[in-house]
Design a protein around this ligand. Structure first.
Ligand code: MSP
Length: 502
């Protein structure tokens, strides 16, 4: 058994969650579920980023205290995650005492190690990004991301000596070429480093909504510096035991926050005497007609509404099947419905109802065992192996494609052998036993995504759905379906939405 620590970014509570945020969560949840399934000890951490000017401004606009505002919005994120079937182990809010303790401990370590100094910051700040911009980044006097006016600042700030880590960061990237995934994101991060690093301002005196700097309480910690440290708070940075998970840390992030996670954070870890994270997994953006889905862009899709219409398994499946980690991907209802109809209704759902129906009709409901006489089990083993490796390599779209290949292969064997026309019950048994074996394997392989339907598949073929809640690596062996149970025609798992336009 190995530890597997996976985190998502912590979400700003300036607004409600949209499907872009849900995309991060669903990916992380599926990876966490896969690792639990194969017997790893998983710690899945998520939460909310509650400091900074953006959140404080949102509360002021709503005439609410920041505390009441953050309580309300943190709860909205939690509610959305319940609806999407997300099973995290811990939800951290950066306004919690445990986080203040961890941040102050971390800052003190950096200060004691000589990586923090007092200076004056003069320049521009984007409240939406909660980021400082140097003249070279600014486009037409505006924020390069949000295209909004920047705030001019001149303040006495504490600075982190990021510039001192250029060589060590390059060394880390060279020694561990897989530390940032996928590869093209790694190159992007590396180019930020080779391009030169400026020290960063890490405190503010003009706002009070934040964590006080432990040795100088006139300053509060800059929101990004505080936020990154959540990954340590969540695994108990105040006690030595945190190292167990830290040695196996995986941060899933969106491509817009690469600089913070792939440049700042590893340097901050080095400065505190820690090893940098094990892996940073970078996903692309969900786009709507080519533009980033965002609340501020007015094109944010409400994940709760979508789940209400299609169910959480469908939303989860569509997002993971359609969008490979790393690249941007378009969101559209047509694509979601099409995926549902083709992969879930026509392939998986159809296989289940067909097979259980014939067992009921032709074999008096007595499920036959798998024999490997009809399906080529060597080939099945290859698909299962590839799907498992894909899950392990964070390639959910590929894992799900392997599952679809298995299902397509089985559906076409059924077409070819037409067990509904066969009279010899021994032959029917051989055909259906192998098909049942595929359904069994499919249930395990899709269980990180289809969290409600996978146990229903197992139950429909006479296996306890709870087998998915315990480590199941051994169940991925091919040929284990023993039959000998009584089953009946399964109710439609994925009723067809509407006829597909061929
Ligand atoms: N609070 C910071 C993260 C701090 S982590 C130490 C933040 N919050 S955020 O709410 O703005 O964004 C959280 C995550 O949602 C980011 O990874 C971002 O990439 C992701 N997404 C926001 N919109 C998205 C899409 N349209 N598509 C995919 N992910 C998107 O940044």
């Amino acid at each position: 058994m190995t530890e597997f620590f996976i985190s998502t970014p912590i979400y700003y509570v300036n607004d409600v969650p949209h499907l872009g945020h849900a995309y991060s969560m669903i990916n992380a949840d599926a990876f966490a579920r896969w690792h639990r399934g194969i017997g790893d000890e998983v710690y899945f951490l998520t939460g909310t980023d509650e400091h900074g000017q953006k959140v404080a401004d949102s509360a002021t606009r709503a005439s609410m205290s920041v505390k009441d505002w953050t309580d309300l919005y943190a709860q909205r994120f939690k509610d959305a995650w319940v609806k999407l079937g997300i099973a995290y182990d811990d939800f951290i809010r950066t306004t919690e005492k445990r986080h203040e303790v961890a941040v102050q401990k971390f800052l003190q370590a950096l200060y004691d190690n000589g990586y923090i100094y007092l200076g004056t910051y003069t320049g521009s700040y984007c409240v939406s990004c909660e980021a400082y911009y140097s003249p070279g980044d600014i486009v037409d006097g505006l924020c390069p991301v949000h295209r909004i006016a920047l705030t001019q600042m001149e303040e006495e700030n504490y600075f982190f000596r990021l510039s001192a880590f250029r060589e060590r960061l390059i060394e880390w990237y060279n020694e561990d070429p897989e530390a940032v995934f996928p590869d093209f994101r790694r190159n992007e991060a590396l180019s930020f480093i080779t391009g030169g690093l400026d020290d960063i301002s890490i405190s503010r005196t003009s706002i009070s909504w934040g964590i006080p700097i432990p040795w100088d309480e006139r300053h509060v910690c800059y929101v990004w510096f505080d936020a990154l440290i959540n990954y340590l708070t969540g695994i108990g940075y105040d006690a030595p035991g945190y190292q167990r998970f830290w040695q196996h840390s995986h941060h899933l992030i969106g491509k817009d926050i690469i600089r913070f996670h792939c440049v700042w954070w590893p340097a901050m870890c080095m400065a505190a005497g820690l090893k940098p994270p094990t892996k940073v997994l970078v996903h692309g953006w969900l786009l709507v007609e080519g533009a980033k889905m965002a609340k501020s862009g007015g094109n944010g899709v409400d994940p709760i509404e979508l789940v209400g219409r299609y169910g959480s398994d469908t939303v989860r499946y569509y997002l993971l099947r359609e969008h490979a980690l790393g690249a941007d991907g378009d969101f559209s209802i047509e694509a979601l419905e099409n995926r549902y109809n083709v992969d879930l209704a026509n392939n998986i759902g159809n296989l289940l109802s067909r097979v259980t129906n014939i067992v009921e009709k032709s074999l008096q409901g007595q499920a036959p065992p798998a024999t490997g006489r009809v399906l080529d089990f060597a080939k099945v083993r290859e698909h299962v192996g590839r799907a498992s490796r894909a899950w392990g390599a964070f390639a959910s779209a590929q894992a799900l494609e392997e599952v679809q290949s298995l299902v397509r292969m089985t559906n076409s064997i059924l077409e070819e052998r037409a067990p509904w026309k066969v009279e010899d019950t021994r032959e029917i048994g051989e055909i259906l036993g192998d098909a049942l074996e595929i359904l069994r394997l499919v249930a395990f392989l899709v269980s990180p995504v289809l969290v409600d339907s996978a146990p229903r598949i197992l139950q429909a073929i006479g296996i306890d759905g709870a087998s998915l809640s315990i480590p199941y690596a051994d169940s991925l062996e091919v040929g284990l379906y023993g039959g000998g149970v009584s089953i009946s025609k399964a109710p439609p798992l994925f009723p067809r939405l509407r006829p597909i336009n061929a």
